[in-house]
Structures are given as C-alpha cells and as structure tokens.
Write a protein that binds this ligand. Structure first.
Ligand code: 3HC
Length: 311
C-alpha cells in the first residue's frame, strides 16, 4: 500500500540510494523531475542557437572546429536529457510541444543575442562555467537517470568552459579593440549568468521540496556564490574591469560580496519577453518542421519492420 511504498521511498532517499524509473515515487516527485529535467534539456537545445550563429563566422578554422564540436555536444546533452525525462512516463512529442507553446521554460541566458565573436568566449567561460557549477552538484541528484546524465555531461563541459576562457584570454591580451570586445561581452553576459542559478533561496518556489527529495543538493544562492568566488580571480587574470563595481572580497565571510541582480529583468526574460525569446522558438519550430521527413521515415521503417515480424 502507498504508506509502505512512501516509507520505502523515504528510506532510499535518506540512505542516498538512487530512485530508478521502475521504483514507486510520489506523483509530485515525478512531476518536479519532469519539469526540471525537460527544461534542462530545452536549455541545451535552445542554447545551440546563440553559439551556432557564429560557426560560419569564426575567425579561424580551429575556432570553427572547436565551436562546432561544442554545439554538437550541446545537442547530445539535450537528447540525453530528453531520454532521461522520458523514463518518467512522458513522450518526446509532449516535451517538444511544451517548449514550442511556451508552457515550458529554458535557461533565460539563451534569450540574449550574441553580438560579437567575444560573446562565444563569454558564453563558454561564464555560461558553461555556471552550468558546470550547477551540474557538478546535480550529479548527486536522487533520480538515477538524471544523476547518470549529469556525470556523463560534466565530463564534456570542462572542455566547453576551457575553450571559452581561451577565446577571452586571446582577446583580452590582444589589441585594445579586442580587449574592449572581451570587456563588452563579459559585461553583457555577467548578470544573466548569475540568473542561471535561479531566484534567491527565499524566493525559490521549488527549492524546499527539491532539497527534501534530494533533487537539488545545494541551494541557488550557494551555487551562485561558488560561481562568483571561482570566476572573479579569472577576471583578474584577464585584466578586465569587474562587471559589477560592488564585487569585493569579504574576509569575514570568506566570499566575494557582489551587487544585487536585476530581478525585474530576470522575470521579464523567463516569462517570455527577453530580447530573443520569440526568435528562439520560431527557429526551433522551423528546424523541427524541417526534420519531419526524418520522423516520417522512422515511422514508415518501424511499420514495415512490425509488418514483417507479424508475417
Ligand atoms: N532561466 C529560466 N527559468 C528559470 C531560471 C533561469 N535561469 N532560474 C529559475 N527559473 C525558473 C524555474 O524553472 C521555476 O519556474 P518553473 O516552476 O516554471 O519551472 C522558477 O524560475 C522558480 O525557480 P526555482 O528556484 O523555484 O526553480 P528550481 O528549483 O527548478 O531551480 C534551477 C532553478 C536552478 C535552474 C534548476 O531548475 C536547475 O538546476 N535546473 C537544471 C540546470 C539547468 O537547467 N541548466 C541549464 C544549463 S543548459 C546550458 O547551460 C547549456 C550550456 O552548456 C551551453
């Protein structure tokens, strides 16, 4: 009965045992995972657009090959996470529909435009840097398929961050114009990167239950602080101006203090009115429709196989 099943579920969570697809789980645990994992997958797929914009414009063949490899990785991360989400009993077409109709979210950072080549560096360094801080923590999430997806994805992310930082370093140590490009890209991506960690813990709708179920292992603010503490020294190595004048080491706290995030902008962007929200969904729909013939071929092939098997 469900009291015994709930007790068994609670015991597994308490003993750090992974919950697997065929295990009993509370409906709300399942729903929360579908919400977070599908939005994580959507973020990986939509995230291909801002960077993809620069594959044909990369300054050298090497930069083009590296960026192409990274964007392909993001596609793979997305498909991996969609498959992990499907283990919770929802279909791929339902997930895609939720994205395309605006019912589901994706990381707000991808609703900002990539205006210069330096943005590709800032995204790899800051956006993937923030994603790594978040995903390393998520490796310990209680749902088996999500945890295993994170372990695999984290292996590829460090290359993403390193190639971004290398681009920023080359520009920051280049001509004055190049250094200005790097400064401008960092200034535009700094605050949206901090927003990737979500609202303050006190404002977070899901953190309480996500932490109880060990879906989320560290709080939004703790992970954000970890990201700031590791990134500020890198800005110093680049020799760029701090993107937030209030950044200052606080000996007592053992962390950097920093200014307040513009939460109005955050909610505006996650509720659909960021600079590129419409364009990102429009592009996704076009690409999805262009891929219809592949899905048709797969269906036809499967029907033929089933017919043969039935004969
Ligand atoms: N962008 C969009 N929506 C956001 C957001 C952001 N930056 N931060 C929070 N939200 C949304 C939440 O989804 C939630 O809305 P919902 O109820 O409609 O889902 C609402 O704001 C309240 O936030 P909460 O803190 O209550 O929500 P969570 O407990 O889910 O915490 C989170 C938010 C930390 C983003 C968590 O969902 C999470 O860890 N998700 C997985 C990480 C993820 O999605 N990362 C994207 C990385 S993809 C990427 O970076 C590709 C790169 O490699 C190129």
């Amino acid at each position: 009965d469900s009291a015994a099943e709930q007790a068994e579920f609670d015991r597994k969570i308490a003993e750090e045992q992974k919950i697997e697809p065929t295990d009993w789980m509370p409906d709300d645990y399942r729903k929360n995972l579908i919400r977070q994992m599908s939005q994580h997958a959507h973020s990986e797929v939509i995230g291909m657009q801002p960077e993809g914009n620069w594959i044909t414009r990369a300054p050298t063949l090497r930069r083009k090959a590296v960026l192409l490899a990274k964007v392909q990785d993001e596609a793979g991360h997305g498909l991996y996470l969609y498959s992990a989400t499907e283990t919770l009993g929802i279909s791929r077409s339902e997930l895609i529909d939720a994205l395309q109709t605006g019912k589901a979210k994706y990381a707000s950072i991808f609703n900002y435009p990539t205006l210069s080549w330096a943005d590709v560096g800032a995204i790899g360094w800051l956006v993937d840097g923030a994603a790594i801080v978040n995903q390393i923590s998520l490796q310990r999430t209680s749902y088996g398929p999500y945890s295993r997806a994170m372990i695999r994805i984290c292996k590829e992310e460090s290359f993403h961050q390193r190639q971004g930082y290398e681009i920023m370093y080359a520009l920051a140590k280049g001509t004055p114009e190049q250094k200005q490009m790097a400064q401008d890209a960092m200034n535009r991506f700094w605050w949206p990167s901090l927003m990737m960690f979500g609202p303050h813990d006190s404002e977070s709708a899901h953190s309480g239950r996500s932490m109880k179920w060990k879906i989320k292992r560290q709080s939004n603010d703790d992970l954000r602080q970890k990201f700031i503490d590791q990134t500020v020294p890198q800005i110093e190595v680049l020799g760029l101006e701090m993107p937030d004048p209030e950044i200052k080491w606080n000996e007592e706290r053992g962390h950097y203090d920093s200014g307040e995030i513009n939460w109005e902008e955050f909610y505006q962007v996650i509720n659909g009115s960021g600079p590129c929200n419409h364009q990102r969904i429009k592009h996704h729909k076009a690409a999805h429709d262009n891929g219809e013939w592949v899905r048709e071929a797969v269906r036809a092939y499967r029907a033929k196989q089933n017919q043969k098997a039935a004969e």
